[in-house]
Design a protein around this ligand. Sequence first.
Ligand SMILES: [Zn+2]
Length: 213
Amino acid sequence: MSLTTDLGGRIELVSMDPHFHNISIALYRQKTSQGAVFLVHSYSGKEGTQQRIEFVASAMTVLGGMETLPREPQKLRFPCQVEHRLACRRVFLEACKLDPNAPLEARPLSILDKKSSRTISLSYQGEGTYRLTADGEETDKAGRISAVAGGLMKLGEMQTVDAAGDRVAFSCGQPHHALVGLLLIRALNVRAVFRELEMAASRGVLSAPSAQK
Ligand SMILES: [Zn+2]
């Protein structure tokens, strides 16, 4: 079996790695019987590429709460074994951006939202559900919470739980603390994230037929 047929379909690409010789690194979705498995891969022949790839994958385990497959440090999945494809692409992009010399730790479940000058927090309610709260005065609070909840739904393919708009859930019904903490940062300004994705798509990096299986 050749390496190429092993890769699967490419779903995300960092065309110039800022932390390792501008190599390109791609994320593939593999066809496998072991649940939804993703592969981090680079065609670069530069010495140290393998270590860089393994660093990105291990950063994904911390930032996204993913796990590597036994003896296959480039392959990852979520513990729930559900795909969460869009969320996994986000984890990959953030892992590639991360300064390798900075401490590697999961993001917290609360964050200062500069737009509203409030701290927005997520609390786990069981069954894959998180509730958003914000501190400070009541004026416009519910609107900002539902905007951030909407960002999480878009970025993490999460679902709304009830009409109040302050609870969002993963379809698998499992907790994903690290993942939702990572998504929370971007959910504060989801429009910027989608601009970034659209620009990548318009450059054709996600649709090169030669890279698709
Ligand atoms: Zn899950």
